[in-house]
Every structure is written in structure tokens, then in C-alpha cells.
Ligand binder design. Structure first.
Ligand SMILES: Cc1cc2nc3c(=O)[nH]c(=O)nc-3n(C[C@H](O)[C@H](O)[C@H](O)COP(=O)(O)O)c2cc1C
Length: 197
């Protein structure tokens, strides 16, 4: 709809690679007008483990970012009294970054047993974009079947596979090769390089 705000839902789960989620948020606050963040209960442990951060909350991370244009709401992941729980909340899509195999399996099974899975289920039933930045290796047959099921239902499985053809110099450069592709799936363009341009 012309002139309507760009609303995005960002889920962050307890898979390795929490930087994928935090970097997505860092970019989204400048690209979107409204962001609903859903972090699973395991995210604090992963931030503590992977980033040696002793105050590992999404709110603390947002404060470090300084000023930005987006209106950001950090949702209660256990409550359904949050906008992403209903199809009546119009948005342009949901990115789950990183997406654990646990969450991916629950989405494939349609459990809707927490806000993350309910919001993803809403995306599928409303035929809205659902991008799952999946992180696991190697993959079991169960993971592969769940990926097939969510793909058949309309989701996009975008594995956490950095590309190297632009010669990323830092870890963040490598992460951006994945995050920028994920955001592009939601129709949000970043300043990432294109092949042969
Ligand atoms: C340090 C650490 C790294 C993990 N990495 C992964 C991973 O890469 N992929 C995955 O599917 N699960 C991973 N897990 C396991 C998930 O956190 C666990 O399955 C959890 O129940 C997922 O639930 P959530 O999706 O609600 O966060 C990891 C756990 C820990 C503590």
C-alpha cells in the first residue's frame, strides 16, 4: 500500500550466530519504520557465550546503537498479546535470524506454541514473506524434511552460508553477505555489492 509504514518482524533464536540477528537489527532500524523483535529465551545465553557480553539483552543492544528512525518494540516471547500474533497486524514480512532447527521444526509442525512460532504461522497463513536464516551443520533427514515442509508452505530457507567472492575482510563483512541477502528477500535493499557490478 502506498505510503504505509514499512513494518518488519525480526525473530532471534538460540542457534549459534547471534550476530546474524543483531546485525539484521542494526540495519533494520535504518531501513524500516516499525520493528517487532521476538527473541527466544535462549538468546541471552548465546550472546553471553559468543560475544562475552555480560548485559546480553536486546534492549541494551538497541541503546548502544544510538539514534535511529525505526519504532522498535521488543515483544514478550511468551505472550500472544503482541501485534505479530495476529494476521490483522499488517507487515511486509518476518525474518528469523539465526533460526534454530528447534524453531524451524516447530514452524514446520505448526505448533504456534510461543509468539515466535505463532508469528511465523501467521506469515504462512496470510501468505506473507517468512525468511528463515537457518543455522545447523550437518543436517539430519529431520532437518531436511522440516525445511522442505516450510518451503512447501511458502517460507524461504536461507542458510547461514557466507559468500566469499567479494573477499570479505572482517567477520562482519562475511556476516553481511548473508544478512543483506536475507533483507533483500523482504524487499529491503542495503548497500551490498552485486556480482559483476
Ligand atoms: C552455544 C549454543 C549454540 C547452539 N547452536 C545451535 C545451532 O547452531 N543450531 C541449532 O539448531 N541449535 C543450536 N543450539 C541449540 C538451541 O539453542 C536449542 O535447540 C534451543 O532449544 C532452540 O530453541 P529456540 O529456537 O527457541 O531458541 C545451540 C545451543 C547453544 C547453547
Amino acid at each position: 500500500m502506498m505510503g504505509s509504514p514499512t513494518r518488519v518482524i525480526l525473530g532471534i533464536t538460540g542457534a549459534s550466530g547471534v550476530l546474524y540477528g543483531l546485525r539484521s537489527l542494526e540495519k533494520l532500524v535504518h531501513l524500516a519504520d516499525e520493528i517487532q523483535v521476538i527473541a527466544s529465551a535462549n538468546v541471552q545465553d548465546i550472546i553471553r557465550t559468543e560475544l562475552d557480553d555480560h548485559a546480553p539483552t536486546i534492549e541494551a543492544f538497541l541503546e548502544q546503537l544510538g539514534s535511529f528512525k525505526a519504532d522498535v518494540r521488543v515483544c514478550n516471547p511468551k505472550s500472544y498479546f503482541e501485534p505479530p500474533a495476529s494476521g490483522s497486524y499488517r507487515h511486509c514480512g518476518m525474518l528469523i535470524a539465526p533460526c534454530s532447527m528447534g524453531t524451524l521444526g516447530r514452524i514446520a509442525a505448526g505448533t504456534s506454541d510461543d509468539l515466535m512460532c505463532r508469528a511465523a504461522d501467521v506469515c504462512l497463513k496470510e501468505r506473507r514473506k517468512l525468511v528463515l536464516l537457518a543455522r545447523e551443520t550437518p543436517l539430519s533427514l529431520i532437518h531436511l524434511r522440516n525445511m522442505t515442509a516450510v518451503t512447501e508452505a511458502g517460507a524461504i530457507v536461507l542458510p547461514a552460508c557466507p559468500s566469499f567472492y567479494h573477499k570479505p575482510a572482517t567477520l562482519m563483512d562475511a556476516i553481511d553477505t548473508v544478512v543483506d541477502r536475507a533483507l533483500a528477500q523482504l524487499g529491503l535493499q542495503t548497500a551490498s555489492k552485486e556480482w559483476m557490478k
